[in-house]
Design a protein. Sequence first.
Lengths: 302, 318, 554
Amino acid sequence: MSAPNATTVGQTADALPPPPPREPRRSAVRRALRTAPWTAQLGLLVILAYVFVAIFAPVLTPYGESEVVGSEFEPWGTPFLLGTDNLGRDTLTRLLYGARNTIGIALVTTCLAFLIGGIGGILAAVFSGWIDQGLSRLVDILMAIPQLIFALLLLTIFGTSIPVLIAIIAVLDSTRVFRLARAVSFNVAVMDFVEAARLRGEGIGWITIREVLPNIMPPLVAEFGLRFCFVFLTIAALSFLGLGIQPPTADWGSMVRDNATLITYGDITPLLPAAAIALLTVAVNFVVDWFLHKASGLRDER
Amino acid sequence: MGAIGKIVAQRLALGLIVLFAVSLIIFLGVELLPGDLAQEILGQAATPETVAAFRRELGLDLPPHTRYVQWLGGVLQGDFGTSLANKREIAELIGVRLANTLFLALVAALIAVPVALALGILAALYRNSFYDRLVNVVTLSSISFPEFFIAYILILFFSVKTGWFPSLSNVSPDTPFWERVYQCLLPALTLTLVVVAYMMRMTRAAIIGLLASPYIEMANLKGLKRSHVILRHALPNAWAPIANVIAINLAYLIVGVVVVEVVFVYPGLGQLIVDSVQKRDIPVVQACSLIFAATYIVLNLTADVVSIVTNPRLLHPR
Amino acid sequence: MSADQGAPRASEVVLEMRGLRIEGQVDETWNQIVKGIDVTLHRGEVLGLIGESGAGKSTVGLAAMAFARSGCRISGGSIVFAGIDLMAASEETRRSLRGARIAYVAQSAAAAFNPAHRLIDQFAETPVEHRVKSRSAAETDAMDLYRRLLLPDPERIGYRYPHQVSGGQLQRAMTAMAMACRPDLIIFDEPTTALDVTTQIDVLSTIRDIVDQFNTAAIYITHDLAVVAQMADRIMVLRYGELVEEADTRTMMANPRADYTKTLWAVRTFRKTLSERAQTTPLVRVEHVTAAYGTVPVLHDINFEIHSGRTVAVVGESGSGKSTVARVITGLLPPREGRVLFRDQRLPGDYRKRGKQQLRHAQMIYQMPDTAINPRQRIRDIIGRPLTFYLGLKGQDLDRRISELLEMIELTPSQFIDRYPGELSGGQKQRVCIARALAAEPDFIICDEVTSALDQVVAEGILKLLDRLQKSLDLGYMFITHDLATVRAIADDVVVMLQGRIVEQGPKENIFAPPHHEYTELLLSSVPEMDPDWLDRVLERRGRHGAASSTSTS
């Protein structure tokens, strides 16, 4: 039923003419960027801007992260472009530092989640058998508790500090990474080239790193983007609830919480950090969407 | 039908085992607490005697497995113990709030499910059209928004600027039904906006997967009307994926409730769990977690059972 | 419609396609996949469309219904069916013709039947929806057609669900469904490709009969020349979306004119020169092997030998256990009982317990070259790894040896060494797999259906290469295949398997000469031959002997 006729044109002759020389990687990337949809281009631009702000936050503002510089809730204007917050700290400064803290913590958490979940998932698929059974059942049970609720429970037990926060979210999120990594590795691990490597007598290290890993990178990279968004939103939500990143560290979630009362006076300042969160996740999602589309051809068609 | 009954029973039994395991995790997680719960609550200043007395009061002098059995036995009879913060019966604290939360979730689900399914199916049927692309960009954006962002935008426009709705949802047990709906509408709308985007994308993907099946192509090649192809050929096979999408999103909705309740100061279970986490009122957090987890498990179980009982291969065994 | 009638009866034209052009979308750009084809079909005539993968034959078949799959579009030409211009017609008009006057039979009936409805419901909806028959008339008609198509229990089989019926039966039920409105034209898209040969013959004969009985015109799409010779009055050979040659079946079979057609015709003529009957100790000996997957037994008391320089073909249909034999020999599935000896040394049952040298001596080539080599490694690394791993080659020695191996498999080293598999054709990939096996300097290679995913011309090249390598390196081969043409081409010895048992084994000349074992006879006689009269002859002979299976459960 599949339509080989429609898709694989010219796979017939055994001795095909050599294909054109490979495009150098850099120009291929440039071409991909040029032909990307506007959403992805915009997304990349936004991500770069955020990275810039996160790195250069101290240079971009004259004030300190938690320095009280004026009276409470000063309006927009000079010298405080976006006014001050509930303790009289410069809102713009807090926003810039917030980029650094919020993104940094989310990134570390996501990396940790990938380390745990990715390794677990690949090993479960490569070894299969009881290792796979054990890990998969454990993950099933962990995933039976809603993630935010589980996080709340663990935060109650361990208290709220940044290392605890990172560890909890990373472990909980690694269950999803595990599921994906296991599924995609499993699809690769049953392929003949992996069987060939096993029959050659290769060890687990070679099979995992050289045979399986390179073939599961595209879905894992896309998943990294999605998981980052999810972790970022979870941490923001926890901070908003007052249970995540603790004062005086500048962080977008708690900035919304601290200044929320302004909304009732029609002041949109508290929406700015929320918008900053939204903009970054939108940007990452746009880029991931494009990447998935590229990596799998017309993905929805099948 | 015997075969189906057996598979459903197996699935339900598995659900029970998971629920049991979850209760174990929720209870024993506290054992991981560095130090001692009594010490933790009373603080470093407490004398060893007060701590010991408090330990006895909490039952901490008993071994963990005994306490677990007692706790679980209580839970099964609707007794969740007493709150550390205000010494009240937890069951009493939870009762009204659980009803409030379920009411809010129900209102949100009643709006979200039909809207999301309809929009998702339309996007799948008119795939790659302008409508589909627009929907893709809009939903992709809206799933990227934190719930509190959407909530405050709604408050800004529908409460602060226009005064149509209250920015705080005050409900009490004697609030009349329509008043209650009115009070709930903004929080419900927030939840709806978040869930619809997810649900619609998943519906679209599920329907597109279904429409790519060879038997749908065959139905088209038999010259059947489009409506007939959809209703007779796609729909009977769509229950399982659709039930799955609905279950996942309702589960998501239950969790999303936490943030939304805090924003609107809605007296629900989410508000309670957040307050209790701040007060480190562990028995209340445990009780709320168990209820949230049980809801989550039941929803997923329902989706599994639906896909089992609509699978023609199982309905009509060889 | 039997081929005897030869040229079309000079009657009305059912279908006329002129200058048909179809485009397919790859990465946002549209490429032509059908480049201006003319097709004319008369009432009651059967046209065979043949070609290798990528020829555009299925696409042309669907275009006769003015249908293009998603990602394809009909970009030019005219399609006139029974006087109606389908290109100009509304979608509503086209829809009213599909199923009613032009019907379609898909390759995989198991996938094309809706799992949620009974066969008879799916049969009846076409005539009922097109307002040709009432539901009850349709049901009666279904039973009649099921009977004509020799389905068992025709009164009741329609009330089953698709998954309750076997593949061969489903394919016939789908033909019945296509006949429901007595269409003027049926498109058969590779209807027997997914079936075993002994099942295929039943489906072929019933399809041919029913099309004949109702004087229906048909387009029969296949890549199998011998099948098309039985089914078609006239044949069109397609390649790269263009017409290569068109003639009535007998002329085409007897006297192909285009070079490409001649190569297609010639492919099945390769025969290796038989190897000497060896007197040495066998390379591999399989002794009393019994194996099971879990508790399901799959192999029963398997015994055979493989000698250096000779090829043993293990032949059987799906489910015969032939691939399991390979899994036992390679150690992927340790046997329950019995043992595998290599040069009289017992091999551990589990490959993980075998030493590096034991693993090196036995290499494997797989059916699907696409999945048998890692798409993320360059050819250099794919072939180089066994050289480093087993033989410790490095640096210049390694490069030199990789180049030698590439030359052995007839690929220019400088052009191919740094490519990724995605930049090779299917046949080239299979050659790389061969090179990887050779790199280990094995004594023995297991070839698991190595040609069945390839087009015939390419497959023949692979067989010739394997034969040449065997002669120069004195390799022992075990060929697992369902294709008797391959067996004829390359085997020295043949092992015939059925349901996990060996039913017959011996030198090829003995197996292929009568008297045969009953199953071998059935298998051999079911393989279509290029002779257009073959099907008639076989059916007549089977009818006379009242032999096995033509109406059986297949």
